[in-house]
Write a protein of this length. Structure first.
Length: 205
């Protein structure tokens, strides 16, 4: 028989092993994605700011742009910084949840209006209600870069010392509030109590 007909080349063992590993890794990623799709916390993303000082800023107040508020001025007590925009459908979805939480007055809720037209933002709050103690306006989005804000809504919990303690990317839900925000806030409150100087006792006779 003539040798002119070449036999099919077999793949080397190393290539076969690499192919199997690649397929297994791809399958694992698919299964992880399916599992995460049913996770209520799937939008919770880690932030490089956690445990670090919040970026300082100076931003105008939405309702009175002549007033500038800085990050330093917000220190002294914890606050929840909620990033939103009138153009953001998910912000509308979370608004009732955030409003109910704000009514508890457990922590200051500060609005961060991002890349929005002032008139649109004011109309949005007038129509849906304003749960915020005050609203900061970042029209051009430059300050948001320091915070690593990539989308709206996003929410940060900052303690009284100006340290970012928690972040959530996505619309707040009752589940997120119960499972994540409230425990994080409780820890901030407990840490503040432990750090507070002991109260002086009454005068002894």
């Amino acid at each position: 028989m003539s040798d002119s007909t070449a036999r099919p080349q077999r793949l080397p063992p190393v290539a076969l092993v690499l192919g199997v590993l690649f397929f297994a890794g791809l399958l694992g990623l698919m299964l992880f994605g399916v599992k995460r799709s049913g996770d209520p916390d799937r939008d919770s993303l880690p932030s490089a700011l956690i445990g670090k000082p919040a970026p300082d800023f100076s931003l105008p107040v939405l309702h009175d742009p002549s007033i500038q508020v800085t990050g330093q001025q917000l220190r002294g007590a914890p606050y929840l910084l909620n990033v939103w925009g009138s153009w953001c459908p998910a912000c509308r979805d979370e608004h009732p949840v955030l409003t109910r939480f704000a009514l508890t007055k457990r922590v200051r809720v500060i609005g961060y209006n991002w890349k929005d037209e002032r008139a649109d933002a004011l109309q949005w709050l007038e129509r849906l209600g304003n749960p915020y103690l005050l609203v900061l306006a970042d029209t051009d989005g430059r300050t948001a870069l320091d915070w690593g804000i990539a989308a709206a809504p996003e929410t940060f919990l900052v303690d009284g010392n100006g340290i970012v303690r928690w972040k959530y990317s996505g619309a707040l839900t009752e589940t997120v509030m119960t499972r994540q925000l409230l425990p994080a806030l409780q820890k901030v409150e407990d840490d503040a109590r432990r750090a507070a100087p002991p109260a002086r006792g009454g005068a002894t006779r």
